[in-house]
Design a protein around this ligand. Structure first.
Ligand SMILES: Nc1ncnc2c1ncn2[C@@H]1O[C@H](COP(=O)(O)OP(=O)(O)OP(=O)(O)O)[C@@H](O)[C@H]1O
Ligand SMILES: Nc1ccn([C@@H]2O[C@H](COP(=O)(O)O)[C@@H](O)[C@H]2O)c(=O)n1
Length: 231
């Protein structure tokens, strides 16, 4: 795996993993913007391929059917942290990939090994092209996608804190239902055979339950700057 071609001296690869609602996207975008790095939301890529499967009538309960068409959709991610984009076969899917239907089906699609192989390859090629470095967020970035990342961060938060954040985002959705849905997705993502959600042994764990978003951002920026200084 080549991740260092044409890199500037200050370029860093940052992997940010963790369960749903721990603040990966908000933190990663802000850290990348502050430090002039690219940004990749790998969850959006799994959501995009799930959206394509649903749109094309593929049976989400049939891993063989999903595997057979996993190579078909062309997924392109824009990596500007102030305006990240995602398209499937040229169509902007940034809205449709956030529907409840896609959210409830994405864990089944992302568990299929052929889907993971395809998306992992895409993620590595995006990271390799980021000349100034990149913040990549997901579930298996530190363990599988970019095991040689300069910095690995694993964000956590209590289910209660995560549910409160999400239900605020979803305009007051029921807290209990939101909490159960988060935990169900985490359980599926953590127990799949291929590349499950997991903390890398060398990742720095940050519990965000009692931290503001700004405090988490500052913490990760400091960790990146320490890595840069040590390079
Ligand atoms: N430390 C924090 N304190 C309070 N709210 C936060 C904090 N971090 C993130 N949030 C809010 O929580 C919500 C979820 O954050 P975010 O989307 O960044 O999480 P995520 O880990 O990327 O979730 P997912 O994996 O489900 O995409 C957002 O509304 C965000 O503004
Ligand atoms: N590296 C990753 C990233 C995501 N997934 C799967 O995608 C789902 C959606 O992720 P969000 O971050 O947008 O909530 C997630 O629940 C996983 O099923 C993954 O497998 N690996």
């Amino acid at each position: 795996m080549e991740t260092s071609a044409a890199r500037t001296a200050q370029a860093v690869i940052v992997a940010i993993d963790g369960p749903s609602g721990t603040g990966k996207s908000s933190t990663s975008k802000a850290v990348a913007a502050q430090l002039g790095l690219s940004y990749l939301d790998t969850g959006a890529q799994y959501r995009a391929i799930t959206w394509w499967m649903v749109n094309n009538g593929i049976d989400i309960g049939d891993p063989t059917a999903i595997a057979a068409v996993a190579a078909k959709p062309e997924i392109v991610s824009g990596t500007d942290p102030s305006a990240p984009t995602i398209t499937v076969d040229g169509t902007d899917v940034s809205g449709p990939i956030r529907t409840q239907e896609v959210t409830s089906k994405v864990s089944a699609v992302s568990a299929v090994p052929e889907v993971r192989a395809r998306i992992t390859e895409l993620q590595r090629s995006v990271a390799a092209a980021a000349e100034r470095g990149i913040v990549v967020e997901g579930r298996d970035i530190g363990t599988t996608v970019l095991p040689d990342a300069d910095l690995k961060v694993f964000l956590t938060a209590s289910p209660e804190a995560r549910a409160a954040r999400r239900s605020g985002e979803l305009k007051g959705a029921d807290l209990h239902t939101t909490r159960e849905a988060l935990l169900k997705r985490d359980a599926a993502d953590s127990t799949r055979k291929t590349s499950p959600l997991a903390k890398a042994d060398d990742a720095v764990e940050v519990d965000t339950s009692d931290l503001t978003l700004q405090q988490v951002i500052e913490c990760v920026v400091t960790l990146v700057e320490e890595k840069r200084a040590a390079k």
